[in-house]
Design a protein around this ligand. Sequence first.
Ligand code: PMP
Length: 403
Amino acid sequence: GSRFQVVEQGPPIEVFQLNKAFTEDSYKNKVNLSVGAYRDENGKPWVLPVVRKMEKQMAEDESLLHEYLPVLGLDAFTEASVSMLLGKDNPAIAEGRAFGVQTLSGTGGLRVGAELLNKHLKYDTFYYSNPTWENHHLVFVNSGFTNPRTYRYWDEKTLSIDFDGLIEDLKNAPENSVILLHACAHNPTGIDPCHEQWEKIADVMEERKLFPFFDSAYQGFASGDLDRDAWAVRYFVKRGFELVCAQSYAKNFGLYNERVGNLTVVLSESSHVAPLKSQLTWIVRGMYSNPPAHGARVVAQVLRNDVLFDLWRDHIKFMSSRVMQMREALRAELIKLGTPGNWDHIVKQIGLFSYTGLSRRQSEHLIQEHHIYLLRTGRINICGLNPGNVQYVARAINDAITK
Ligand code: PMP
């Protein structure tokens, strides 16, 4: 017999399972609203033109070698990433107390940041929003955090943020708890705190001595404006917090499979940078030794060149406004059909997703009866909608609700 017979089948990953079911479905009007990736007007993946342009140039560039990158990544990339997040005139950069580590996309940034906090600061309690991106729990637990907790976030009745619940839960968090905060475009709800709410969150976190860990997977993609989407992180830095932030270029550069990310670290004093970088080097060394170069080179070249940067900014404006148009279109169709309920939340939510408020049963109905694939929590990827299918989807939602 095999020594591996003790290994039991694990559960499927819902989002990838749905994606596969969609691909295998032969129904002509099938719609994929599951995986969080951008789709164009024809439902097709979109390689950003500025990325194609860079890749063509790079293919011809014989000075580019396949030598190992440094363990902490490409300096040009990490520096540009820190600037993009904090704003290039941020005093934390001028004072030499902010730096970046190149990571395996956003997930890798979360993983490396969590291990740093657990191993070197001995933090063991982390809080994530209820609900949150389904991978947060696993990443932190695998990094050594033994005490996972949640803070309230979503109010089912009002289809908006449960702010009182959130504040109460943070007030009850033990000192040095790590609080995972979505920098913008909260996944899955699409609802972010407003500026005054962020200020209150910062007040409580300061008072209770909690540690902010930002997850920034959608900068620029949410509002179409890079600075606006970084407001919360910059506000916490201005308030004097030490913090870390995992940044992903999967969505805003469409570089999903290239695993391009950065962990920004902001400290109160520059003298701590060197020891932290050396310990982060050992963390990465033992995990995957050093990061891949291709995507980081693409991003670094675009971020460091004014003309290319503007071109990229146009791309993210284009993508985010298409998402907003589709929100409007879906709401308009539901209103036209007289579908019971208030659909304002669809246009109030931002980013890729809408937390529709559809129940598990209704979501299943959409999958089984209408070949429309969405998470069972009722989360839909708005980019899966286009002028050619939004009416079909609205009719199906109407059917799921009224039947
Ligand atoms: N955080 C959130 C909230 C996300 O939605 C995602 C992407 N689904 C990620 C992190 C990380 O994604 P990636 O590792 O592909 O950058």
